[in-house]
Write a protein of this length. Structure first.
Length: 255
């Protein structure tokens, strides 16, 4: 009887430990990679789309966030529809790009939420397309910056004053930051490409996200360097930009 009691006690301990382990695992799954701390009760959950088509030879693995906890539920539903539409409309483009792939090809999307509140949302999406036979995937970042009050996408020009010369300011900062991070040999071979790819053109800075301290500019492979060097990122502090940021623009409250 004594041995039986000990055995039952051990089973109970194992059951309790298993319960707490599973509970902690579920908590980890709910926390998105790169997710900033919860703000004003707002959080995200992951929506996942996975497809395998053996006959046509492709796979799809797409993730995007669904916003939860906003006070205005109708507005929350609308922004979730905008995000879902933006990501899901790229899937049939990939599927229909060929009648059939000779070998397995793939399309994937993941994301990181950079900032979220009742007023503003900033998300980075990383997309990757591999077409069979190519030497490597085509990787690129897409930014989604949204004004939840006005229910419209935030463009870089919305953040700054008109005629403030913001493109020149951003370009100079990014060029200097990128060149400073290169080795001497790399700097000599890539300087012209960096000055073109991070030159004062709006399109060069279309992939940007933000938080309450900084603007983060993402340069896709080939833009300022070879594919093998991957993405370049420049984080530009908002502090010091007070003179050119629009006092009525979406990021004015961060100053």
């Amino acid at each position: 009887m004594e041995k039986t009691g000990v055995f039952i006690f051990i089973l109970i301990l194992i059951a309790v430990a298993t319960y707490f382990f599973i509970s902690s695992l579920k908590e980890e799954i709910k926390k998105e990679p790169g997710m900033p701390e919860e703000r004003e009760g707002i959080s995200v959950e992951e929506v996942k789309i996975i497809r395998e088509d053996e006959e046509r030879g492709f796979s799809i693995d797409v993730s995007y966030p669904r916003i939860l906890g906003m006070k205005d539920q109708e507005k929350q539903e609308r922004v979730n529809q905008v995000i879902a539409s933006m990501i899901e409309r790229s899937i049939p483009v990939f599927e229909e790009s060929k009648d059939g792939f000779e070998q397995k090809s793939s399309f994937s999307v993941d994301y990181s939420v950079q900032y979220i509140s009742e007023e503003l949302l900033s998300i980075r999406f990383n997309q990757s397309i591999y077409v069979a036979g190519a030497s490597h995937p085509n990787d690129y970042a897409v930014a989604f910056n949204y004004d939840l009050v006005g229910e419209k996408e935030i463009m870089l020009s919305d953040i700054f004053k008109d005629d403030s010369g913001y493109l020149e300011v951003i370009s100079t900062y990014c060029i200097n930051d990128i060149l400073a991070g290169l080795l001497e040999e790399e700097r000599q071979s890539l300087e012209d490409q960096v000055r073109i790819g991070a030159g004062p053109e709006e399109d060069n800075f279309s992939a940007f996200v933000f938080n309450d301290k900084s603007l983060i500019f993402i340069f896709n492979p080939y833009q300022v360097g070879p594919y093998a060097m991957g993405f370049f990122e420049v984080e530009m502090p908002l502090e010091g930009l007070e003179g050119i940021i629009d006092s009525e623009g979406p990021l004015a409250s961060f100053l």
